[in-house]
Ligand binder design. Structure first.
Ligand code: GDP
Length: 298
């Protein structure tokens, strides 16, 4: 897999003349910087981050001749520097159960990510309980059950349309009684009615805190990397709805222009706990900043 980018890096066009003939070295001047900025913006890095990254690349080098290799190395170093500070696995606490609340818009990959995470925790010898908290989408509950079966993890469900908070409370009670290491709670992702969703998430948090005042220990926001700059808006929205502690970026196996990860890291500094690189159960990886920077740069 090639997380962050498929089909070559973002700087491909920089060292080509109009007729497509390759150029070996170019003077690093304003025209070139502008071109780099445009390429980074086209790769979903966002304007602010693209400008900052380009300025850092150029610092002390204006007017010098640079090669493709040098400019790629400069970009890769700059991207890796930004991304290193956010590449952190999800923190694990000794509390039983450690509660992981999973939020994100429908279609972002919440269900799939919960299934993949459950399988990883199981493989690490941990016992897991899943609560299918998106009680308004029967299909979501069914999907989660399929993933629970695959991961060998029990999935607690409630009748369609019932209160997700009571399910969360029940799941918390069961996870405590079973001595489970982790409880993962899926949540609804309907942003159409934010006030409702906010109240729903707040109520889930309230009831699980009756059982453990420190819960949830992690609130994961799942973001689809292919949505580009939309991902930034989703972080802003969900930070208002819930106390987001970390991100999982999905669909980085596709044609995702992974530049949005750099924008996210630069703007919010939230840890990226994992990346989704496919639809199978083992397609969830730790985020590797060096590998990502190399893939993005090409
Ligand atoms: P939810 O609505 O947020 O629960 O999203 P789902 O988990 O149902 O995922 C929506 C779609 O995205 C499904 O078709 C998944 O197979 C797909 N998907 C999820 N994660 C990834 C990923 O990392 N890579 C790819 N290629 N597809 C993914």
């Amino acid at each position: 897999t090639n997380p962050g980018r498929s089909g070559g890096g973002v700087l491909g066009r920089l060292f080509k003349r109009g007729d497509g003939a390759p150029v070996l070295r170019r003077t690093l001047d304003d025209a070139m910087l502008e071109q780099i900025e445009e390429l980074l913006i086209a790769a979903d890095m966002g304007v602010d981050t693209a400008l900052r990254v380009t300025a850092n690349m150029a610092e002390g080098r204006m007017g010098r001749k640079v090669s493709t290799r040098e400019i790629k190395q400069l970009l890769a170093a700059e991207v890796a520097r930004i991304m290193e500070s956010v590449a952190k696995p999800m923190p694990l606490y000794p509390t039983k159960p450690q509660v992981v609340l999973v939020v994100g818009v429908n279609g972002s990959g919440k269900t799939t990510t919960i299934g993949k995470l459950a399988a990883q925790f199981r493989a690490a010898g941990k016992s897991v309980v899943i609560a299918a908290g998106d009680t308004f989408r029967a299909a979501a509950v069914e999907q989660l059950q399929v993933w629970g079966d695959r991961a060998g993890v029990p999935v607690l469900t409630a009748p369609e349309g019932s209160d997700p908070a009571s399910l969360a409370f029940e799941a918390m009670t069961k996870a405590q009684a079973d001595g489970a290491d982790l409880l993962m709670i899926d949540t609804a992702g309907r942003l159409q009615n934010r006030a409702d969703l906010m109240e729903e998430l707040a109520k889930i948090v309230r009831v699980i805190r009756k059982k453990d005042p420190d819960a949830p220990h992690n609130t994961l926001l799942v973001l689809d990397a292919t949505t580009g700059q939309n991902a930034l808006r989703q972080v802003e929205t969900f930070q208002k709805l819930a106390n987001v502690s970390g991100l999982v970026m999905t669909k980085l196996d596709g044609t995702a222009r992974g530049g949005v990860l750099v924008a996210l890291a630069d703007k919010f500094g939230l840890p990226i706990h994992a990346i989704g690189v496919g639809e199978q159960i083992d397609d969830l990886q730790a985020f590797d900043p060096e590998e990502f920077a190399a893939a993005l740069t090409g």
